[in-house]
Design a protein around this ligand. Structure first.
Ligand SMILES: [Zn+2]
Length: 448
């Protein structure tokens, strides 16, 4: 069996351990040994000298979309093209992710990817959200990717075929979240007026009409909505009533069904003791708290707890209530680190500073997601937490939260799967090499 030795400073993924001038010995697909010194290599053993860089476990991304061939998103939208899937997988891999849970939820495990996708170095797994109301919400909101076998699939069947967790329960399309802002609302406004609006404006309109909880609380007055329409110079295209109608008819049809879907997934998680990923945002926050109390054996993960529909203090208060009830608090990079097309880092910072984050993922953000290591670098440079703890958010902590996905990895330790990333010591977001399942797959930032 081939042996590969990686020498350098090491963060093991347990949230605490940092070893200087250590050595990792990889044999086949497994880590054979970790030493706190750098032994001489035997003949025929390949050595990667990463002294001066940092060695970390491969990133485990527990909440992503757009990496499988099946129906996309909790809305059951038509699948992404193979070209887009490859681009998205490569982007994850090059940024240090070696394991990814695609949480669209309505694809079947045999739709992860064939051909070129099947041999891709990024280990992609799927979830299941096949409950009656989740499927109905998808059909109402979009559903163009759903075939008969998706509509008749059951959670038990999908688990036996290899789905690793439940979810995503709810989603931006079905619960008035990001995909309404960047996709469905701009499309509806353009269809009605001929004018294309920026997603940020679509979100302002949505929240003015419906409030941030979609229940009318905090909705704007007619005068304030009229002012908004004038502010964006749309008075020749939109009336207050016209805008109200577009927003309500676009956003609301799947909302009630998707809310019911949340409870159905909690029931299944409680019954099967399986991890379940929930869409956590202002409209669903109080429901998730109730579900955590009602179904104590459910293994709930509150996805993107930094969702932009929250104000920072609401994101913190919600995360605290959920965490007290045993829920895992996941945050997502979205586009809020480097891209910032629609979202900013305030909620992420607030949750980090309140010490509430358990795990860190990307989510999708319309394909604009920023990398996990760029968020980790931000946390470290802002002194929100020490580097080993920040790294654990996307390695050891995910493995512990979803062992069905990553129980054999996430830590640099003997007998773990050899998923290893080497990144720059002064900017973890600069990934030099990636080893996946014992194989060097990214070398000097180039996919091999
Ligand atoms: Zn979501």
């Amino acid at each position: 069996m081939d042996t590969l030795i990686v020498n350098g400073s090491l963060i093991t993924g347990d949230g605490i351990t940092f070893l200087e001038r250590a050595s990792v010995r990889i044999r086949g697909s497994k880590i054979a040994d970790v030493t706190t010194y750098q032994p001489a290599a035997n003949e025929g053993e390949r050595v990667i000298d990463a002294n001066g860089s940092i060695i970390i476990p491969g990133i485990i991304n527990g909440h992503a979309h757009g990496c499988i061939e099946g129906p996309s998103m909790p809305s059951g939208t038509a699948p992404c093209s193979t070209e887009d899937i490859l681009y998205q997988r490569n982007r994850h891999l090059m940024s240090g992710t070696t394991t990814l849970l695609n949480v669209c939820g309505l694809a079947t495990p045999d739709e992860i990817g064939r051909g070129e996708l099947a041999s891709h170095a990024l280990d992609v797994q799927v979830t299941t959200a096949h409950t009656p109301s989740s499927i109905a919400a998808a059909q109402v909101s979009d559903g163009k990717g759903l075939a008969h076998h998706h509509l008749t699939a059951t959670i038990d069947d999908m688990i036996s075929l290899g789905a690793r967790a439940l979810g995503e329960a709810g989603g931006g399309q079905t619960l008035g979240g990001g995909a309404q802002d960047y996709r469905y609302l701009p499309q509806a406004i353009e269809a009605a007026t001929g004018v294309a609006v920026h997603p940020k404006i679509a979100r302002l309109f949505k929240e003015a009409v419906l409030g941030r909880r979609l229940d009318g609380s905090g909705a704007a007055s007619s005068e304030a909505i009229d002012d908004l329409i004038h502010h964006y110079a749309l008075e020749n295209h939109l009336t207050v009533e016209g805008l109200r109608r577009i927003v309500v008819e676009t956003v609301m049809p799947p909302v009630h069904l998707a809310m019911k879907g949340l409870e159905e997934i909690a029931v299944q998680s409680h019954r099967l003791r399986l991890a379940a990923i929930f869409h956590n945002a202002a409209p669903t926050a109080s429901i998730l708290v109730r579900l955590a109390e009602t179904y104590p054996r459910a293994r709930m993960i509150a996805g993107h707890s930094n969702h932009p529909m929250f104000l920072p203090d609401e994101a913190v208060a919600t995360a605290r209530l959920l965490k007290e009830r045993g829920v895992t608090i996941d945050v997502s990079t979205l586009d809020c680190i480097a891209t910032r097309w629609r979202n900013g880092p305030d909620n992420l910072d607030a949750l980090a500073e309140a010490d509430l984050i358990d795990t860190l993922s990307t989510d999708y953000a319309g394909g604009d997601w920023d990398t996990i290591l760029s968020a980790i670098q931000r946390m470290i440079s802002r002194k929100q937490m020490p580097a080993p703890r920040a790294i654990a958010l996307a390695t050891g902590n995910v493995a512990s939260a979803i062992p069905e996905l990553a129980g054999d990895r996430g830590f640099i330790d003997r007998n773990k799967r050899a998923d290893i990333v080497i990144c720059d010591a002064h900017n973890f977001a600069h990934v030099r090499h990636v080893i996946a399942n014992g194989r060097l797959v990214v070398e000097n930032s180039r996919i091999l």
